[in-house]
Design a protein around this ligand. Sequence first.
Ligand code: GZL
Length: 342
Amino acid sequence: MNVRNVLYVVLVGALMLAMVGCTTVAPAAPAAEAPAGEQAAAAPAGETAAKTYADLVVGYAQIGAESEWRTANTASIKDEAERLGVELKFSDAQQKQENQIKAIRSFIAQQVDVIGVSPVVETGWETVFQEAKDAGIPLILVDRRAAVPEDLYVTYLGSDFIEEGRRAGKAMSDILGGEGKIVELVGTVGSAPANDRYTGFREAITEFPGMEIIASQSGDFTRAKGKEVMEAFLKSYGDEIDALYAHNDDMAIGAIQAIEEYGLKPGEDIKIVSIDAVRGAFEAMIEGKLNCTVECNPLLGPQFFELALQVVNGEEVAKWVPSEEGVFFPEQAAELLPTRQY
Ligand code: GZL
């Protein structure tokens, strides 16, 4: 490619990054030494030396900043890039799929080494993922799955959302003693966590015919929308509601405000089970306003960059790298809160 073409590619890439609000998070100091044992060995004559973290240029298409969980997830990715000395091109899509697609195209134009993406919804990715594959750029799904053929991504790093829903359903059946009327705040419509947490919860409560989901509506994983939808539930069902199942803690915290403004006691009159295990959920459990939070680990930065380096150096990686997660209740909250990293 001659100089004029190279300049053209660089200019196009820069313009596309500017359009989708991308930022480049380059290491502040000279590239930090990669952790001991991860320096590339000198390559045998005639072979290309393995890349190190300091060589890596990674494009990351993040969903947005919709929840405490997402904020912690973004911090984990940016902090780890800085620690390792990886050049990170990061975009915040404000929860819009079209912005994520634009960001991926800008990363392709800039010929990054690896693309990471947390797909806001499961569908609509095949074309742009194929473009990345055709450009020879490996793609790693982080946090959320996409409904695409498996050859369009190298690996998925994230939780088993169906299991998270099952754990929430088990906790709810224990808390209600196997019977009660439940309202549900669903996550972002069409997203993998919303679809799977919906399914897993219902699987877990099937054996309890006395447990009935009387209303289910999306709160889009945000506090504001969670409060708004809970207000509507309370208007329609009032104290008929025995419990709330929220697909994330932010919607549960918004709902807690609505329940209190309505004049009922969250955690007592209306039992609440949610998912993420963010700091705000531990604080609500300490106040007796939340009855259980199922952990969903956002601290994926270290595993993501480890996978990115393995992939760039042609190492085999598993098609799915699941996160390790627990379930937490009020009696543990005060002791655990100081240990929580997000
Ligand atoms: C789950 C993640 C979800 C969280 C929400 O892995 O995608 O999105 O549960 C976040 O808090 O907004």
